[in-house]
Design a protein around this ligand. Structure first.
Ligand code: MCU
Length: 419
């Protein structure tokens, strides 16, 4: 059951020291404006019972506290946003993804033959997984890197040319996702037990967190752990978003054609479905695969009871870099829904004064996850700003199909200016 979990069960504290340091460095380099991030919540977060949740038909107010002593009040400062952010993270872990366990008792890295092997031990059990690394040809002492979830379906030679290494995270080894019968299978579950209620996506997020632990202590790998991006296409894009949303050590998150369960929203997808469009929905997705925890099943035909939606999952990445790549040629992805969610998610970036740290680009005319050359310049700009510490224009919000954000329909809140 997801009820009664307190913040103590959740993953806030394990990377805060490393995190603050990485932000300090980026701030000193002038890459990002000064925003305190990663603050633990100032009070334990009590997860409400499913029964007590009230239906919210519009996109929930990302600035409104939903639990605790501030319940019903709105965020009025950046520091309050950090508490609210922790609340969103806790609610999303409890009701949707499953709770990401903290760092296990030991995590080690071993580098050899262009690969890092990550080994984790917890309560006498040990697992390890190997991530291959492809290096750019230019010789440097350390490299920024893009982590690919199972694979990287962007243009990898263009990324290497920028001087950025490519790391392959073997997600399916960590948590399987062939279909619903994969639930509880994979190395994550060997460590935490096959009945641990985590979906594959949060298990992957845990795995990438451990990869970063290992990179931090394995200088032989020559990867700068403060300059990491994550990407993946389709189901792997749902994973890339989850990894970036729940790990503040990720500087840049690039979900590609992630659709429902990624950059699409549960409510906005239901709306498209009601209008007769064949888009993926919450009620469908929980039966197709084990990407989410079983706790999400409670929301089948009850999407409006979720106390958040995916604009707030995008917002968990704020103020860090986020580039949402979508493709209007596939109805199933719910492109209007992705546009709506990206529009609303970017309002949080706006409130934090970093609108340009989040981009959305939906361009068709190609197969699923066949990254088109026309999107390369904006991807390059995001990599330059967030992984290379360069100045670039990351003001990207475009679609080759015209969508209109129906504000009256989706939003009954305003965007504060937070300082
Ligand atoms: C867009 O990602 C998924 C989609 O959610 C699934 O319904 C479909 O089966 O597979 C897509 C995918 O991962 O394609 C490679």
């Amino acid at each position: 059951s997801s009820q009664g979990k307190s913040a103590a069960d959740l993953d806030y504290s394990n990377s805060i020291d490393a995190l603050d340091l990485s932000y300090l460095k980026q701030f000193l380099l002038g890459v990002i404006p000064k925003l305190p991030v990663g603050n633990p919540p100032d009070e334990p977060i009590q997860i409400p019972s499913f029964q007590s949740l009230q239906a919210i038909t519009k996109l929930p107010d990302p600035f409104m506290f939903k639990t605790g002593s501030k319940k019903g009040t709105r965020v009025s400062s950046i520091s309050e946003w950090n508490s609210r952010r922790a609340e969103i993270s806790a609610l999303a872990q409890a009701f949707e993804y499953g709770v990401k366990p903290p760092k296990p008792q030991t995590v080690t890295g071993a580098f050899s033959s262009n690969a890092i092997t990550v080994t984790c031990t917890q309560n006498g059990k040990t697992i390890s997984f190997k991530c291959s690394i492809q290096y750019p040809t230019t010789s440097k002492t350390t490299y920024p890197a893009m982590i690919g979830v199972n694979m990287n379906t962007l243009n990898t030679s263009e990324i290497l040319k920028l001087g950025v290494a490519l790391i392959t995270f073997p997600a399916d080894e960590v948590a399987q996702q062939v279909d619903g019968s994969s639930r509880g299978k994979g190395k994550f579950f060997d460590l935490y037990g096959s009945s641990y209620d985590a979906g594959a996506l949060i298990a992957w997020a845990w795995g990438v967190d451990r990869l970063i632990d290992a990179l931090e202590t394995t200088p032989a790998a020559k990867i700068d752990p403060t300059k990491l991006g994550v990407t993946g296409g389709s189901r792997n894009g749902k994973g890339a978003l989850a990894i970036g949303a729940f790990d503040e050590r990720i500087a840049l998150t690039v979900p590609q054609e992630s659709g429902n369960g990624g950059a699409s929203g549960w409510r906005t997808a239901d709306d498209q479905k009601r209008n007769g469009e064949d888009v993926q929905t919450l009620s469908q997705i929980v039966g197709e695969n084990c990407w989410f925890a079983k706790s999400l099943n409670q929301f089948v035909n009850n999407t409006t009871k979720l106390p958040y939606d995916h604009h707030e999952i995008l917002a968990l990445c704020a103020p860090r870099g986020l580039l949402v790549i979508e493709n209007p040629d596939f109805t199933w992805l719910g492109n209007l829904s992705c546009f709506n969610i990206s529009t609303a998610g970017r309002m949080v970036y706006q409130a934090l004064g970093v609108t340009d740290n989040m981009g959305y680009s939906s361009i068709g005319g190609h197969g699923h996850c066949q990254f088109p050359a026309s999107q390369q310049p904006e991807l390059t700009a995001y990599i330059q700003k967030f992984l290379l510490g360069q100045n670039s224009n990351t003001n990207v919000f475009r679609s080759d199909k015209t969508y209109t954000f129906d504000k009256a329909k989706w939003v009954d809140w305003t965007v504060p200016t937070l300082q």
